[in-house]
Design a binder for this molecule. Structure first.
Ligand SMILES: Cc1cc2nc3c(=O)[nH]c(=O)nc-3n(C[C@H](O)[C@H](O)[C@H](O)COP(=O)(O)OP(=O)(O)OC[C@H]3O[C@@H](n4cnc5c(N)ncnc54)[C@H](O)[C@@H]3O)c2cc1C
Length: 428
């Protein structure tokens, strides 16, 4: 049995297929070994690795690159390490990213704690680089590794035969077509069509936050640090980027953004004004471009792999940008997925069973950090607790270094979940 499944557009796709409107767009293959849906960091890195392993890979992205992406554009030290392993750092350095040795986190009461990566391991830094540049570079690297890239290719649903994902339904230049593949990689981000088509979307309803970001020129006082400012109605972030730009972010409950009186810009500016220290950094700075946003941001799929498919990046899981690991997680997932996918493809058996090691590797690498992220969310949503914890971290250098290591994905996260660590952090 052949079904074409998509969430809201399923009927449309089925009727298009039955009426024979679907046809092959010239130059795009109708049958490939691997389709990667989405050319963000997760998709491009997975595609590059699989292409280097000798597989035939087609990346489909609805956008045309370079394109902006709503993101605070901060790559944590763990993400930088993956970019080094991928061999991308020489080209990234040529783009002039801003190196950050630490992140200063301000609590609502004004106390701050320095997540000092350089203090954890000499020379470790985070990077500030616009997604306009980063994503385009990673996509070009995937193409250079041998992947075929089709931009402006909007995947509408999946081709599913007997419960097995066999390809995608895509619109390219206004024309629908079906492309078959032995493996479909869902790397299409927070609003993943792949997870919705499979019915495995399980986004949490408890943390519905909207993130708004913009670029500013003329922000002062940051130099080698980025900053996070936690307030009572949301939090803000400052990440210096290339070319003297700074990424300015404000994150607040999605329901408040939806119920705002004025426009998005006015809401964003009021949010920044509610964080006086952050607003001080912006005095005299000017915004370049527009405010971009996404919300609710949290997303989770109930499975990360199945017969004929696997998920990487936000399509698999994303919680909140406060702990700054979304890009790291997308790149790291590519490293975990590619060898498992390659082995399955070579055996000619791309099944839920053959992809089990990918899920196991994800649990090993991501589960403890995920728990730490939820604990951090608990702190930032309780201002008195955030004030208290920030003071403890500032006073106890060893605890601060341990947390910086975990937040920056420099060392393992499990120690931050130990009763001893939590007791030291919370003990009066
Ligand atoms: C406000 C905000 C701030 C953030 N700040 C940070 C930060 O500072 N540091 C950090 O590490 N992470 C941050 N994140 C998270 C980070 O942006 C994501 O984790 C990261 O982009 C995930 O990469 P990805 O490749 O999975 O998906 P994405 O980067 O979202 O890429 C998905 C790609 O898929 C394409 N696509 C989507 N749907 C389709 C379709 N149907 N057909 C074809 N193509 C499709 C899109 O065009 C896009 O190019 C932030 C997120 C938000 C919302």
């Amino acid at each position: 049995m052949t079904t074409l499944a998509a969430s809201s557009e399923a009927d449309d796709i089925l009727s298009a297929s039955r009426s024979g409107r679907g046809r092959i767009v010239a130059g795009v293959p109708a049958d490939v070994e691997v389709i990667v849906v989405g050319g963000g960091p997760g998709g491009s890195a997975t595609a590059a690795l699989l292409a280097e392993m000798g597989h035939e890979v087609l990346i489909l992205d609805k956008a045309r690159f370079p394109r902006h992406k709503a993101c605070s554009e901060y790559i944590n030290p763990g993400g930088v390490a993956v970019l080094e392993r991928l061999g991308a750092m020489a080209e990234i350095d040529a783009l002039g990213p801003h190196r950050m040795a630490a992140m200063r986190v301000f609590a609502p009461g004004g106390r701050s704690f320095l997540a000092d990566y350089d203090g954890v391991e000499a020379g470790r830094t985070a990077l500030g680089l616009s997604r306009y540049r980063l994503d385009h570079l990673l996509l070009r690297r995937a193409a250079a590794a041998g992947a075929t890239v089709v931009e402006g290719a909007h995947v509408r649903g999946l081709l599913i035969e007997g419960g097995v994902v066999r390809g995608v339904e895509v619109t390219i230049d206004g024309t629908r077509q079906t492309i078959r593949a032995r493996l479909v990689v869902g790397a299409d981000g927070r609003h993943s069509v792949v997870t919705r088509a499979l019915g495995i979307d399980a986004s949490p309803s408890v943390l519905e936050q909207t993130g708004l970001v913009a670029h500013y020129r003329g922000v002062t006082g940051l130099d080698r640090f980025g900053e996070m400012h936690v307030g009572r109605g949301g939090y803000g972030g400052l990440a210096p980027l290339e070319d003297g730009l700074t990424n300015v972010a404000f994150v607040s409950p999605a329901r408040r953004v939806a119920a705002r009186d004025g426009g998005t810009l006015a809401y964003f500016e009021a949010g920044i004004a509610s964080l006086p220290r952050m607003a001080g950094r912006l005095a005299g700075a000017t915004m370049e471009g527009t405010v971009r946003g996404i919300g609710p941001m949290a997303h989770r799929a109930t499975r990360v792999a199945g017969d004929g498919y696997l998920l990487v990046g936000d399509a698999a899981s994303f919680l909140d940008p406060f702990t700054g690991e979304g890009i790291y997680a997308a790149l790291r997932a590519a490293e975990l997925a590619a060898p498992v996918a390659s082995a399955a493809l070579r055996r000619g058996e791309v099944t839920v069973r053959s992809l089990v090691p990918y899920g196991a590797a994800r649990r090993r690498v991501f589960t403890a950090k995920g728990a730490v992220c939820w604990i951090v969310q608990g702190f930032i949503h309780q201002p008195p607790l955030m004030d208290y914890v920030t003071r403890r971290l500032d006073e106890r250098a060893a605890l601060g270094r341990q947390l910086a290591s975990v937040l920056g994905n420099i060392g393992p996260a499990a120690p931050a979940l130990s009763p001893l660590f939590l007791a030291r952090l919370l003990r009066p």
